[in-house]
Design a protein around this ligand. Structure first.
Ligand code: NAP
Ligand code: HSE
Length: 426
């Protein structure tokens, strides 16, 4: 690779801006780490007149994707624009044109990672995507590098910072006796303002962002291609302040978790859903805009990573790390990426776990009807109490098969007048 490495940056929003800042602030450091200088040739944006958080020479700004991607003088394309298209096609074009690519785009990597990884290998270039999962945490590098000699059995993570930030703010509100719903809305706007949230924040709160990240993380941890649709997904929009109050009473934390595990029959099960976790879990302390990943392997036993999972500088840290890696090692490995091997996946219905149920009913008769089903499952009940929503009772079940439990839950939901909230327990 040339002494002066030329870059095209697609996108100058939160992440693109953060990368431009770090490239400037740490130029001498990058030179010392690689023996090279990095220069930005093009910055692709939608709107040339938009004010930018970081100064960009006007002649570098362009709205012409082909100019940014196909310029023969450019060595590395950084795709930091987001969304499936045109981002995926531009990554493809850049790889076809023989350029290395760095992306922070989990959607593209979860949907088309296999095709793009193979294309990069065919073209003899690198495609790196550390920033696509858990912001600044070097988890993908660790799985492919220092931890690669381990058989991983389980990966549990808080991989979406926006939802973790929202849940923390809701928790603070209920502790202060304030409405959690108001805190939810305020925290979501704050997460958008701070650049943590996706352009469409429903991707965060409905669990899609975490689902994309889980497909990538599980593929690299378990060395098996993970189709996105095999990853079970739930978001946080149905959680209420009462669930946070109960989490505290039960001495647990409430988090949106990404969980992937190798089952005894060899299949891989990957899922994203709100989960109650005990205080002893290393992820209990991962709060606010932080992400955390806790994993188990047959050599290192267990390990956790904890740090900023979103935001301009934190994400730029991962992107710039990839840049240094490419400058040092521009040739891709000669063997096929082992994470693209096919393998079997198992649906969530295969698993066995404990459940928290919060029953709410207008009167004792309806509550009793809801309770009866759960008594048969061996659930333990906390005393009922009167809340603004009605009569409330929380039950905790013993470990149950998810498939069988879902049948019971579907029946409970048909009970007129009562409502049932279900949260899985780790
Ligand atoms: P963002 O703030 O919305 O910035 C997107 C940038 O891309 C903007 O500069 C926008 O141009 C440009 N852009 C978008 N579509 C374009 C198009 N069709 N043509 C030309 N330019 C286009 O997004 P972000 O938060 O930086 O996220 C970028 C990517 O990083 C996403 O894949 C996201 O999932 C990922 N990521 C984000 C974070 C985070 O903390 N934000 C962390 C990790 C990964 P204009 O400015 O002119 O509109
Ligand atoms: N919206 C994402 C999050 C950005 O909140 O985690 C980091 O990928």
């Amino acid at each position: 690779m040339r002494k002066v490495v030329r870059l095209s940056i697609l996108g100058a929003g939160t992440v693109g801006g953060g990368v431009l800042t770090l490239l400037r602030e740490n130029a001498d450091l990058l030179n010392a780490q690689t023996g090279k200088r990095f220069t930005v040739r093009h910055v692709l944006v939608r709107d040339l007149s938009k004010p930018r958080a970081v100064a960009i020479e006007p002649k570098r700004l362009t709205t012409d994707p082909q100019r940014a991607v196909c310029d023969p003088t450019v060595d590395i394309v950084l795709e930091l624009m987001g969304g499936l298209e045109p981002a995926r096609s531009l990554i493809r074009d850049a790889l076809q044109a023989g350029k290395h690519v760095i992306t922070a785009n989990k959607l593209v990597m979860a949907v088309s990672g296999d095709e793009l990884i193979r294309l990069a290998q065919q073209r003899g270039v690198r495609l790196l995507y550390e920033a696509s999962v858990a912001g600044s945490l070097p988890i993908l590098n660790a799985l492919q590098g220092a931890l690669a000699g381990n058989r991983i059995s389980r990966v549990v993570g808080i991989v979406n910072s926006t939802t973790n930030f929202i849940l923390r703010e809701m928790e603070r509100a209920v502790e202060a006796g304030e409405p959690a719903e108001t805190a939810y809305a305020a925290a979501l706007s704050k997460a958008q303002e701070l650049g943590y949230a996706e352009a469409d924040p429903s991707s965060d709160v409905e669990g899609y962002d975490a689902q994309y990240k889980t497909a990538i993380l599980a593929r690299l941890a378990f060395l098996q291609y993970v189709p996105l649709e095999s990853v079970y997904r739930e978001g946080i929009t149905h959680l209420s302040g009462r669930d946070l109050i109960w989490a505290k009473r039960l001495n647990m934390g409430l988090k949106l978790l990404s969980i992937s595990e190798r089952l005894p029959d060899g299949r891989l099960c990957a899922r994203v859903h709100p989960t109650l976790i005990p205080r002893e879990c290393p992820l209990y302390v991962v709060r606010g805009a932080f992400s955390g990943v806790w994993l188990q392997g047959n050599g290192f036993q267990e390990m956790s990573f904890h740090g900023f999972g979103a935001g301009a500088r934190a994400t730029a840290s991962a992107v710039v790390g990839d840049l240094i890696e490419i400058a040092r090692h521009p040739k891709p490995p000669k063997y096929e990426d082992p994470s693209l091997r096919p393998g079997e996946t198992a649906p969530i219905e295969t698993l066995c776990m404990r459940y928290y149920l919060r029953l709410v009913a207008p009167d004792e008769t309806v509550l009793r009807a809801l309770r009866e089903e759960l008594i048969l499952l061996g659930a333990e009940f906390h005393p009922s109490e009167t809340t603004e929503q009605g009569l409330e009772q929380v039950a905790l079940t013993p470990p149950l098969n998810e498939g069988a439990f879902q049948t019971t839950f579907a029946r409970l939901r048909t009970q007129k007048h009562g409502t049932v909230q279900v949260i899985r327990i780790l």
